[in-house]
Design a protein around this ligand. Sequence first.
Ligand SMILES: Cc1cc2nc3c(=O)[nH]c(=O)nc-3n(C[C@H](O)[C@H](O)[C@H](O)COP(=O)(O)O)c2cc1C
Length: 187
Amino acid sequence: MKRITLIIILSLSCVFASAQTLVVYYSRTGSNYTADGIVDLKVGNTQVVAEKIQKLTGADIFRLETVKSYALDYYECTREAKEELRTKARPALKSDVDISKYKTIYIGWPCWWGTYPMCVATFLEAHDWSGKVVIPFTTHEGSGFGSSIRDLKAAIPSAEIKKGLSIQGSKVNGADKQIEKFVSENK
Ligand SMILES: Cc1cc2nc3c(=O)[nH]c(=O)nc-3n(C[C@H](O)[C@H](O)[C@H](O)COP(=O)(O)O)c2cc1C
């Protein structure tokens, strides 16, 4: 009986802990650059990582989507992204998530022009981050986080920002061990 009670308590605490965690990410499908040339991504690289983190943590997951889609063509998209960065645009999001009930938030983005896409800034600025533990991750093709961690710290100074994980986009499917280590270090 005691053992059953203990199992129930442990299960409940596990459910409670995972329910307090959110994985939020932006990721783009369409043509994208890799060292081997342009590839057509049906599922974005950052989405692959976000879903692996979600499976390992049992967290809730939310995908940021912009009202205005970015171009599917890689080169056209880089022009759009550069213009948004230059003008400090804050692209509108299709929907939002209430972060108030989460203590720990994994947040992921693809590196765009050395930082996060401006739609991530839209999301960051729309919320109160005090008391939150933020765990960043990114995918990229050479820049790593670029200036995005510095930009993140400036955007949400009230959050506690943990060491993040950066993975080369074209290698996300072979990154399970790296992601498992990252998640276990943040438990
Ligand atoms: C608009 C745009 C800008 C990019 N800028 C960079 C960059 O500055 N540095 C870099 O390493 N990769 C850059 N990349 C490559 C992406 O970061 C990389 O392919 C990433 O894995 C894409 O993630 P996603 O599929 O989740 O969108 C850029 C890609 C795009 C579409």
